[in-house]
Design a protein around this ligand. Structure first.
Ligand SMILES: [Zn+2]
Length: 161
């Protein structure tokens, strides 16, 4: 079956700098003397913020899975909290929580790919007359499982992987 893994969680915010006074140190330039502060100007810009790792406690850093049994959910919650706080800032107009999704097959570990309806209708591309759109293409086990769930007759050709 299709396994979905989400990682590289991040917060993306859009900043509208016009006529906004912002402490430059807030942009990641700490230690700037007070008189060197100014006003942001220019076109709206997008900032991507990667949250601190779950297992990063400053002086001690351990694997995420040692501190969480739901790393995806914990990263998502951490990002949503950051986003909610950032949206209170006047120069932050909009934002979103983003991540990368990877789909793999639980049987063979390959990238999950599905036959399109057009491919399933093409006698040269489909596995047999029973192929339908959405059918996985990576391995025999995935196809068997997919067909079993939908009551589609199993592939008859042996070793046709
Ligand atoms: Zn597979």
């Amino acid at each position: 079956m299709k396994l979905t893994r989400r990682d590289n969680w991040r917060v993306v915010i859009e900043i509208h700098p016009q006529h906004t006074h912002i402490n430059i140190s807030e942009l990641g330039f700490p230690g700037i003397a007070h008189h060197l502060n100014g006003t942001l100007s220019g076109a709206p810009l997008e900032l991507t913020i990667v949250p601190r790792r779950l297992g990063d406690f400053g002086s001690v850093s351990i694997g995420d899975r040692l501190v969480s049994n739901d790393t995806e959910g914990d990263y998502q919650r951490r990002c949503e909290e950051m986003l909610a706080a950032l949206l209170h800032k006047p120069h932050v107009r909009s934002g979103r929580v983003d991540c990368d999704e990877k789909h793999t097959c639980s049987h063979c570990g390959l990238r999950w790919e599905e036959m399109t309806a057009a491919e399933a209708a093409d006698s040269f591309l489909r596995f047999d007359d029973h192929s339908i759109g959405g059918e996985p293409v990576c391995c025999r086990q995935a196809i068997d499982e997919f067909r079993q769930e939908r009551g589609v007759p199993a592939l008859t050709k042996e070793g046709d992987e």
